[in-house]
Design a protein around this ligand. Structure first.
Ligand SMILES: Cc1ncc(COP(=O)(O)O)c(C=O)c1O
Length: 382
């Protein structure tokens, strides 16, 4: 038996080291404050859980590939409340089983080396799935560095004409994982114009959108036109619902129709009880507001400790702090130092070499754990 070269290549894009550190601590019986992963761990709304339970009928048929009308309407209503836009629930929205599977699949619809569309652009440091999905789709991966002096936005002017012409998908992720940076309207509008000009798809992963730290950030859902644009949202973070596997993709009607047909083959349509729960979750704005408040408080505690210990912190997300380590020390060494003292954070290079020199610290532990982690951080001396 031989595993494919794509499988081997894609395994480079993994955050496995975080899971291993967690498992090792558990196996050794060591207590661990987990500031490594970026999903809130707060109780899911009772009404959401009840809706899931109530939908567990004795027999459930295969779900329809486009999702239930009720869920699509709840998503459209959310988008209207949040952005004042009118999404067509029938033609512009598809519920997904979380956003990861949809992000993973997209290049398979668009990458076509025979016609010259062989490239997927993804930003680094970054969430590893866009890069892994490019590898599995047989695409050429164009890694675009995110630099602090450029607001952690990719430098569009640095992309060569040939690359623009070969692009099938351009992945954006704002609020960004791991840097916590946000984009502005002009940036996303300029990229959408290039998408239409060059004929690629601008895919905007906005899984963290609603957990902002100061004000609502820009979203591709505010664009005047969805031509060549897809936007990915999730309940994992805003609803503290990672285990429900529920999100949606919205945008370009032709692409949504293609995704609907594609998803007949992938078997990734959310089950009816998840869609019933999601319908309630998208109708609710109290849970994300509560999470913003909780995470914001924890973020303030960690920020104060990090700054006292000489870290420079950036980011406008309530979920992530992106902390530049003091000069002369390696971020991996600082992450190890913290881990030895029972605090798990992600060293920046886990998200790609461009992340070296930074730590990603998630604000998702309990108040008591965050206070204890802050005390450990204050002991750090370079
Ligand atoms: C940037 C980003 N996008 C998407 C996701 C996927 O979230 P889900 O599949 O739970 O919707 C994550 C999860 O951590 C993420 O960090």
């Amino acid at each position: 038996m031989q595993l494919s070269a794509r499988y081997r290549d894609a395994s480079r894009y993994s955050l496995g080291a975080l899971g291993e550190a967690r498992a090792a601590a558990r196996a050794a019986g060591r207590p661990l404050i987990d500031l490594g992963m970026g999903e809130p761990r707060e109780p899911v709304l009772e009404a959401v859980r009840e809706a899931a339970a109530a939908a567990l009928a004795p027999y459930l048929p295969y779900p329809r590939p486009g999702g239930t009308p009720e869920l699509r309407e709840a998503i459209a209503a959310w988008a209207h409340r949040r952005f004042g836009i009118e999404l067509d629930p029938e033609r512009e929205i598809i519920p997904t089983s979380g956003s990861k599977e949809a992000i993973f699949s997209l290049p398979q619809l668009l990458v076509d080396p025979a016609s010259g569309r062989d490239t997927v652009a993804a930003t680094v440091p970054g969430y590893p799935i866009p890069a892994a999905s490019a590898v599995y789709a047989g695409a050429r991966l164009l890694e675009l560095p995110l630099r602090e002096d450029h607001g952690f936005l990719p430098d569009l002017d640095a992309i060569a004409e040939d690359d623009w012409q070969r692009l099938a998908v351009f992945w954006l992720n704002y609020p960004n994982n791991p840097t916590g940076a946000v984009m502005d309207h002009d940036f996303v509008r300029a990229l959408a114009e290039r998408a239409r000009h060059y004929g690629f798809v601008l895919a905007s992963d906005e899984a963290y959108w609603e957990l902002w730290s100061e004000r609502p950030p820009a979203s591709a859902l505010e664009l005047e036109s969805f031509d060549n644009v897809l936007v990915f949202h999730s309940l994992s973070k805003r609803g503290s619902m990672p285990g429900y596997r529920s999100g949606f993709v919205a945008g370009d009607r032709e692409l949504i129709a293609a995704l609907r047909a594609f998803r007949l083959q992938t078997g990734t349509v959310p089950p009816a009880f998840v869609q019933a729960a999601a319908t309630v979750a998208w109708a609710d704005d109290a849970q994300p507001a509560r999470l913003r408040e909780l995470l914001g408080r924890r973020r303030a505690t960690l920020l104060a400790a990090l700054q006292d210990a000489g870290f420079r912190c950036t980011g406008a997300s309530a979920v992530f702090i992106w902390a530049a380590v003091p000069a002369g020390v390696r971020s991996a060494a600082v992450a190890d130092w913290l881990l030895e003292r029972g605090v798990l954070v992600a060293s920046g290079e886990l998200f790609g070499a461009a992340g070296d020199g930074y730590l990603r610290i998630a604000t998702v532990a309990t108040d008591a754990e965050v206070a204890a982690a802050a005390a450990v951080i204050r002991e750090f001396a370079p």
